[in-house]
Design a protein around this ligand. Structure first.
Ligand code: FE
Length: 267
């Protein structure tokens, strides 16, 4: 798998890095560039915040060339299409994505490059089957696969707790402990973690008695407003029930409260 580079290049050490927050959906977006006046890339932009993000791009004298989604988001409408239409940037997702808005599809081991910076691509399914993480020097953008003291739900959009287990334990948790973790969401006001911290303090990665790991299928109970946002986000993608794995009525019943016990060997 792709390894983390412990030593930053001069460019990486001086890079422009902004964490942007959408309070409605609790979504983090990330703006990256190697220098003022240079190329920029944004990860997981939210449609309603596009005006603000483009204003920031102008303020920092940047040129947006790529917009990337970690996966098909069901809790907010992506800003990829709007950013593409307004800046002619390249829209990027993993090769498993079924979204029409995507103009560049990447696979595990690929690189997403802009001037002076590169993201190494990791396929980390489980929350959805199109979930990817992106490594940049000393940090990893984990989407909803690994959250701060949490993990993404796996009970719809072709989620799979066993794939989630494999992505977390056999890919993300094998990165160096000091790797900074930047997720797509936080609902408690936290902004960043490290692999080492979450290895020990993430309550969703539970080591139970008898060498069992439990990854809950369900992240948290969803209120009516959240379910309405889900329906709207999926309609915006033009996603069908067959492609997302969600029930025909996205406001309808969703398999709740189940968890899966996965036997593991603990060294
Ligand atoms: Fe998600």
């Amino acid at each position: 798998m792709v390894g983390l580079r412990g030593v930053l290049t001069d460019t990486e050490a001086r890079m422009i890095f902004r964490q942007l927050f959408d309070s409605t959906s609790g979504t983090y977006s990330y703006l990256l560039a190697s220098r003022h006046g240079g190329e920029a890339l944004i990860i997981d932009p939210v449609l309603e915040r596009v005006d603000r993000w483009l204003q920031l791009v102008r303020e920092l004298d940047l040129r947006l060339v790529k917009a990337v989604d970690t996966h098909l988001h069901a809790d907010h409408v992506t800003g990829l299409g709007e950013l593409r239409d307004r800046t002619r940037c390249i829209t990027v997702m993993g090769e498993h994505s079924r979204a029409d808005v995507v103009s560049m599809r990447v696979a595990e081991g690929d690189r997403i490059e802009i001037e002076g910076l590169r993201l190494d691509v990791l396929y980390t399914p489980g929350h959805t089957d199109d979930s990817y993480s992106f490594l940049l020097a000393d940090r990893v953008f984990t989407g909803d696969t690994l959250l701060i003291r949490g993990t993404g739900r796996t009970d719809f959009q072709n989620g799979d707790p066993r794939a989630q287990y494999d992505s977390i334990f056999n890919k993300l948790m094998k990165l160096p402990d000091e790797t900074l973790v930047y997720p797509a969401h936080d609902y408690k006001g936290e902004t960043v973690s490290t692999i080492g911290e979450d290895k020990f303090f993430n309550p969703r990665i539970k080591v139970g008695c008898g060498s069992q790991i439990c990854l809950s299928r369900r992240g948290r109970h969803r209120g009516l407003e959240e379910r309405r946002r889900t329906a709207r986000a999926l309609r915006a993608w033009g996603s069908s029930s067959s492609s997302t794995g969600i029930s025909r009525d996205p406001l309808g019943s969703i398999d709740a409260g189940k968890s899966v016990q996965i036997p593991i060997q603990i060294a």
